[in-house]
Write a protein that binds this ligand. Structure first.
Ligand code: ZN
Ligand code: ZN
Length: 271
């Protein structure tokens, strides 16, 4: 039985004879259902007409994305932390070439996901690297479409990874929206992998915050305050978000502070 993959959000589902009737992640108001009708593919089909491309972002940090663009089109990030490699966020495609390339960088000893839009085929990735644990905030339990013993739920607002780095639950876009702090990144000044909990703007000097990006539903200022209050005490100078090139190379904390103030000012405007 195949594990069908939704072509809009890239989530791989539990094994079924027939494609699932609906994609619960796309039916949620933070994503959207294919206007042409719900459609599915499989990993085998993806392996035939797509491939992954990897690129070095800085020493110890590699982006992995699928070409041609598939589903949301994010990149996964492989962090070579002091105690082992961590795959941050996922993509739907995994193939022999990708496995060999990741093995050459030391493999994967743990996976961690920011939120369900980035889950991709996380269970396939875990299985390809010795059932490496997948760390998900417990708020995501209802969002997991393919259960697996490798999935490890963590509770609270902070979870330290044995490999190095810590997960911080910021909430906002999703109740469990998580960021990964990699203190050794940016030449020791610290890197925050923000996914779209903190979305880097195209000018790469500002960030934004949204409940739903495709449906343009903003977050409350209370939710933005909570995100900012969570990340401000963390040691970081650089941010990488979930899309290609959307990074803030330096003074990222000041960019978050400035952008949150701008956002809250906009939300208070009366005309
Ligand atoms: Zn979907
Ligand atoms: Zn998202």
């Amino acid at each position: 039985m195949p594990n069908y993959i939704c072509v809009m959000c890239g989530n791989q589902y539990r094994a079924t004879d027939e494609p699932p009737a609906r994609c619960l992640i796309c039916e949620d108001e933070r994503q959207y259902v294919n206007p042409e009708g719900q459609a599915w593919t499989t990993l085998e089909a993806l392996q035939r007409d797509h491939h992954n491309v990897m690129g070095t972002l800085e020493p110890g940090l590699t982006e992995i994305g699928t070409k041609p663009k598939f589903a949301i089109g994010q990149r996964a990030l492989l962090v070579q932390a002091a105690g082992g490699n961590v795959l941050w966020d996922g993509v739907s495609l995994i193939d022999e070439a990708t496995i060999a390339a990741v093995e050459a960088l030391g493999g994967i000893s743990a996976l961690a996901m920011s939120h369900p839009h980035m889950f991709g085929s996380m269970v396939e990735w875990s299985h390809a690297f010795g059932q490496a644990p997948i760390y998900l905030h417990v708020a995501y339990e209802p969002w997991v479409q393919r259960s697996d013993p490798a999935i490890t739920f963590w509770e609270g607002d902070r979870h330290a990874l044995d490999e190095g780095g810590t997960l911080h639950r910021c909430g906002g876009h999703f109740e469990g929206s998580t960021v990964l702090l990699w203190p050794a990144g940016a030449e020791g000044r610290g890197v925050l992998l923000s996914s779209d909990t903190i979305h880097v703007a195209p000018d790469r000097r500002h960030v934004g915050f949204m409940y739903s990006y495709p449906n343009y539903i903003p977050l409350s200022t209370v939710a933005v305050d909570r995100i900012v209050d969570t990340v401000m005490p963390l040691p970081f100078d650089r941010i990488y978000s979930h899309f290609y090139h959307l990074d803030i190379q330096a003074d990222a904390k000041e960019a978050v502070r400035r952008s949150a103030a701008r956002y809250k000012q906009a939300m208070r405007r009366e005309r």
